[in-house]
Design a protein around this ligand. Structure first.
Ligand code: TXA
Ligand code: MG
Length: 319
């Protein structure tokens, strides 16, 4: 990445255009947070419903203070401990944040990405950058510049930083008084958050009936061909099946194409390679349907299974 490319990207952001940039989790589709018209272009390009709020990306704690209304001590503690990193904090917003960014909610989701290209872009553009994942609404998240080009060929500019390292989207936590609620699982677990805020806090996971945003819908992040969760041995798969495995050897069947996200069920490797494996199966015209091995739901496995279940949800026979 050279400085000219960063300058060009910052210029486009300042002129109200859209730039896709890498973060440690997935690629974002960014606009100047404070320019409502630019932010509206994100919703149009992604075909994203206007009720789904965006995450604002910042490069300094001063930005956090500017965008929120009296951030609590707890919020500041979490920001200091986990930023830059894959944690989004949902906090009461300040008047500066346009309603289009938060879909009219009184809160705003904020994070400081752990990626030099993202941080340099925010600093050069001199504005917080609102950015959802750079995919069409409901489709697979992009973990390479190529994935962005495939879904959003009309984006003004793409900063190519190669493959992202974490591979799944940030953990989202709302902090209200002394109650922390996990809105979306990610690499940083609720347990990590509990350890960082000893004693005085109540920790909740979201109840389905209390959905606050579509990122929490049952169906999301889907490939454009059927995907099934598959954990049986010795079953003959239909012709032209792709199989995504994370280390399980005895699931090997007659499948037409196999991709391993990991050879050893290593959760970091599975998370990093999950969306790439799904994109590769999606792009392969000889694969008609995809089967994927589930993972154990502990540690990072909670976030990995969350993405797998959402990707497969609309293709399940009972859906
Ligand atoms: O890792 C990530 O978080 C990536 C990178 C680009 O930073 N971004 C990302 O954004 O995954 P997106 O738009 O795909 O998901 C944002 C989700 C929304 O769907 C919503 O669930 C939640 O963040 N969100 C944002 N603001 C919120 C708010 N004020 N209240 C509740 N949820 C919010
Ligand atoms: Mg997304």
């Amino acid at each position: 990445m050279n400085i000219q490319q960063l300058k060009e990207a910052a210029r486009i952001i300042n002129e109200g255009g859209l730039v896709s940039f890498p973060t440690e989790t997935v690629y974002g589709l960014g606009a100047n947070t404070l320019n409502s018209v630019a932010v509206a272009k994100i919703f149009a390009l992604k075909e994203r419903p206007s009720f789904d709020p965006l995450i604002v990306h910042i490069a300094s704690l001063d930005d956090l203070k500017m965008l929120t209304e009296n951030p609590s001590d707890a919020a500041m503690q979490l920001a200091k401990k986990f930023w830059p990193g894959p944690l989004t904090l949902v906090l009461p917003k300040s008047k500066l944040v346009p309603d289009i960014v938060t879909s009219g909610l009184p809160t705003v989701g904020i994070r400081m990405p752990d990626h030099q290209i993202a941080l340099k872009l925010i600093r050069m553009a001199k504005c917080p950058i609102a950015a959802p994942s750079a995919n069409k609404f409901g489709h697979l998240s992009p973990v390479s510049a190529e994935h962005v080009r495939k879904q959003l060929p009309d984006v003004d500019y793409i900063l190519d930083g190669g493959m992202t390292t974490v591979g799944i989207e940030s953990t989202i936590i709302s902090v209200e008084g002394n109650v922390c609620t996990l809105l979306r699982p990610g690499k940083i677990s609720l347990n990590d958050i509990e350890k960082a805020l000893p004693g005085r806090f109540v920790f909740n996971t979201t109840k389905p009936e209390k959905l606050v945003a579509p990122g929490l819908l049952k169906s999301h992040y889907s490939p454009n061909k059927p995907l099934y969760i598959y954990n049986q041995t010795n079953v003959r798969l239909p012709d032209a099946s792709g199989l995504i495995l994370h280390g399980q050897k005895d699931l090997l069947t007659n499948s037409h194409k196999i991709i391993y996200t990991s050879k050893t069920h290593n959760q970091l490797e599975i998370a990093a390679n999950l969306f790439s494996a799904l994109h590769t199966m999606e792009d392969d015209a000889t694969v008609k349907q995809i089967f994927i091995e589930p993972v154990t739901e502990s540690g990072l496995g909670v976030a990995i299974m969350d993405r797998i279940k959402k990707a497969a949800y609309k293709y399940q026979p009972t859906a």
